[in-house]
Design a protein around this ligand. Structure first.
Ligand code: LMR
Length: 394
């Protein structure tokens, strides 16, 4: 049987991660996988997470199953974090999932059941796992323009023009904040125009929000998701806790399906629980419990928010430093976009051979499409990267 298997294409991001590990150079710089690192290159366990785990260890009296949707308290805490009061609670079905990827996978499975002929529209570019899962599930897929290679901002005219091709009932996947891989984001006003367009087309929005708190702040980063949630009868929202709680390996995410009314909510809730049962039965609990403990305890929550702010401001500082250093070296403002981008990533906007040159000659690792993880830098490596960018003729 197994002889029938064929070699599968490697995930670009994970392959790069392995390549970096193998590189013996001690001055190598990892700007690849989207994992936050502090100035000394560590991915710390956040203070509030440590304390929440200590409390769970001390207080937990059972490891019995929770429910197919996970602990309802997690669903509620996350719904409030992401949606606040933008939509009535009795319209929101929610299930815990293994990470944000699990939420995306379950959302796509739900679409497959509810609208098997729908095309799922993705930004070009998007996180490579989006098209990969859609393809794997055998669903129809289309792209809308997103990134302007010249300005390194959003190609808003191209985006609006391409959304004219959306058919009624199609699903349009949008990034809630901190667009991965570009770092270029829609403004609230632009999103209002996108919403009008999607309403005209009769589309169903799906939001992937994996970096809430990494862009302009926890509330600010949720604004677009809330704007969308309050504008449509049906919306799917995949939220990840991997990055903003720093609990990557705990696989903690939530899928929300907003229904037109409580009856639709009940149907969606039942379907999502069924999908969890088919795929892995009960979702993992430990990370969800950490998140619930933090969000429901004012003191822990304040500490978590403070540390997340430090993280966010650290990345903004690195962006500003890199843009300033490149301005100094090139005597031009063509890299100012690095300071305007938000979130963990920026797409530098160069060719794969120049990305390869940075890797081979300078030990600087970024994804082949020139996506850089800004959090992989520190004050010392910023000037090294800036000089390498100039040396490579970017
Ligand atoms: C990334 O984009 O680097 C992260 O979301 C990690 C991953 O799973 O690809």
């Amino acid at each position: 049987m197994l002889e029938n298997l064929t070699q599968l294409p490697a995930d670009k991001i994970l392959a790069l991660m392995a390549k970096f590990k193998e590189d013996p150079r001690t001055d190598k710089v990892d700007l690849g996988v989207g994992v936050y690192k502090d100035a000394s290159g560590n991915t710390p366990v956040m203070r509030a997470v440590k304390e929440a785990e200590r409390r769970i260890l001390a207080d937990q009296t059972s490891k019995s199953y929770t429910g197919l949707a996970g602990d309802p308290a997690f669903g509620q805490a996350m719904r409030e974090l992401v949606l606040a009061d933008s939509v009535a609670a009795d319209r929101v079905a929610a299930v815990a999932t293994p990470g944000g990827t699990g939420a995306i996978r379950q959302a796509l499975e739900l679409i497959k059941m509810a609208a098997p002929n729908a095309t799922v529209w993705l930004s070009n570019p998007t996180w490579p796992n989006h098209p990969s899962i859609i393809k794997y599930l055998g669903m129809k897929m289309a792209e809308y323009r997103y990134f302007d290679e010249q300005t390194r901002g959003v190609d808003f005219d191209g985006l609006l023009a391409d959304l004219d091709g959306v058919a009624e009932g199609d699903v349009v996947l949008l990034h809630g904040c901190c667009h991965n891989p570009t770092g270029a984001n829609l403004t609230i006003d632009q999103m209002a125009q996108v919403i009008t367009k999607l309403q005209e087309r009769g589309a169903v929005p799906m939001v992937d929000i994996a970096y809430q708190g990494f862009g302009d702040g926890l509330e600010e980063d949720a604004a677009i998701t809330r704007q969308i949630a309050s504008s449509f009868d049906n919306v799917l929202i995949a939220a990840s806790c991997s990055k903003n709680f720093g609990i990557y390996r705990e696989r903690t995410g939530l899928l929300m399906a907003i229904g037109k009314d409580a009856a639709q909510q009940a149907l969606a809730q039942q379907t999502l629980a069924f999908l969890n049962r088919q795929n892995y039965s009960f979702p993992p609990d430990h990370g969800a419990r950490i998140v619930t403990t933090i969000l429901n305890d004012p003191e822990l929550r304040a500490d978590w928010e403070a540390e997340l702010e430090e993280t966010r401001n650290g990345m903004l500082g690195l962006r500003a430093q890199l843009a300033a250093e490149l301005k100094r070296l090139t005597n031009s403002d063509r890299f100012d976009f690095l300071a305007d981008h938000r979130g963990m990533f920026s797409r530098l906007g160069t060719t794969p051979d120049k990305v390869e040159k940075l890797r081979a000659e300078h030990g600087i690792y970024m994804v082949g499409d020139s996506r850089m993880n800004i959090a992989g830098l520190n004050a010392q490596t910023v000037p090294i990267l800036a000089k390498a960018i100039v040396d490579a003729g970017i």
